[in-house]
Design a protein around this ligand. Structure first.
Ligand code: ADP
Length: 321
């Protein structure tokens, strides 16, 4: 049986990228203008939670610009020399995608800023007081940087980006469309109601929606079911430990910690993180945004507080466990 890999669901054109119409429409204008001017595209800063389409948009930019797509991960570039060979090998108009951009080391930042602004790199041949550097010219190229934490990127570096595109968690209607499009690509039949439930249980994140769809297809295949309907989805959700309110195990643990250990809060993120054995950044980037979006938790200057709605839903979930 055909097993889709990570790239299978990626939109193959900007029109297949569902939602964030304003972002996509603006991007189309910037791309068309650059193409008409026969110029490279200005540098693009992509912001959004994990799994919301940053890599997909970066790939689409390369495709629409008819440019090569070179992807690197910021933490893997530990020193300027690591970046140098990538930069000097770029061809005119290439898209250099740098993921997890907020994790770029400071020493590399300096090199990248000059490269982005002036399309040159200064290569240090000898360090020390009599050190020498040679200036290597580069061809014009486009950096597309993706980050979940824009506040950690220094202002000077950020100011090198002419285009900023912001994604956030998706609403359930848009997620449902993404699920239906993916089911169509997979060639499986899914009812409208089933698509709706999957969307509601995807924490506002396309990647989670698509993974959930794949797992439900597994249950359908093994159970020799041809149609993905409400009944199959509900049964699969129970087996996957996802509550019908859309809360995943991580959400329930977070809410429970806030309630049981901190009397509903306020509680500092570090205290919650150490209790759950997670990194504070994981809570802030991955778990909290959905709980905030749903109004189950609020952030106050003194820490996180469980709302009445959060308490209610926690009791409902625990009653069902
Ligand atoms: P990120 O880089 O932000 O972590 P990705 O671009 O890797 O997210 O997206 C995760 C998955 O969700 C991919 O399979 C992608 O195709 C799909 N996806 C994300 N956003 C959309 C969208 N707006 N429309 C259709 N598919 C999407």
């Amino acid at each position: 049986m055909f097993v889709p890999n990570g790239d299978f669901f990626r939109p193959s054109s900007l029109d297949e990228f569902i939602g964030f119409k304003d972002v996509v429409d603006n991007l189309k204008v910037f791309i068309n203008s650059a193409k008409k001017r026969r110029s490279h595209l200005d540098h693009v800063f992509l912001v959004g939670p994990p799994g919301t389409g940053k890599t997909s948009l970066a790939r689409l930019i390369a495709r629409e610009m008819d440019a090569n797509f070179i992807a690197i991960n910021a933490p893997a570039i530990s020193k300027p020399a690591d970046l140098l060979s990538t930069l000097t090998n770029l061809k005119h108009g290439d898209i250099l995608f740098i993921d997890e951009f907020h994790r770029l080391p400071r020493s590399v930042e300096e090199v990248l800023m000059v490269a982005m602004e002036d399309f040159v790199v200064d290569y240090v041949v000898e360090s020390g007081p009599y050190g020498q550097s040679i200036r290597i010219p580069l061809v014009p190229f486009t950096v597309v940087a993706a980050t979940t934490r824009p506040a950690l990127v220094s202002n000077p570096l950020r100011s090198r980006f002419g285009i900023t595109l912001k994604l956030s968690l998706y609403d359930e209607n848009t997620l449902k469309q993404i699920v239906m499009q993916a089911a169509n690509k997979l060639g499986v039949f899914i009812t409208d109601e089933a698509g709706k439930i999957i969307a509601a249980c995807s924490r506002g994140t396309p990647r989670i929606a698509l993974n959930l769809l794949k797992r439900i297809v597994d249950f359908a295949v093994v159970g020799n079911t041809k149609i993905i309907d409400q009944e199959l989805v509900n049964k699969s959700l129970v087996k996957l430990g996802i509550h019908k309110t859309g809360l995943h195990e991580v959400d329930i643990k977070f809410l429970n910690a806030l309630w049981e250990h901190f009397g509903g809060g306020p509680a500092g993120i570090n205290a919650i993180a150490s209790l759950l054995g997670e990194e504070p950044s994981t809570l802030e980037d991955i778990i909290e945004p959905f709980l905030l979006q749903k109004g189950l938790v609020v952030r106050t200057p003194r820490g996180r507080v469980l709302t009445d709605k959060g308490k209610e839903i926690l009791l409902e979930v625990q009653g069902n466990m």
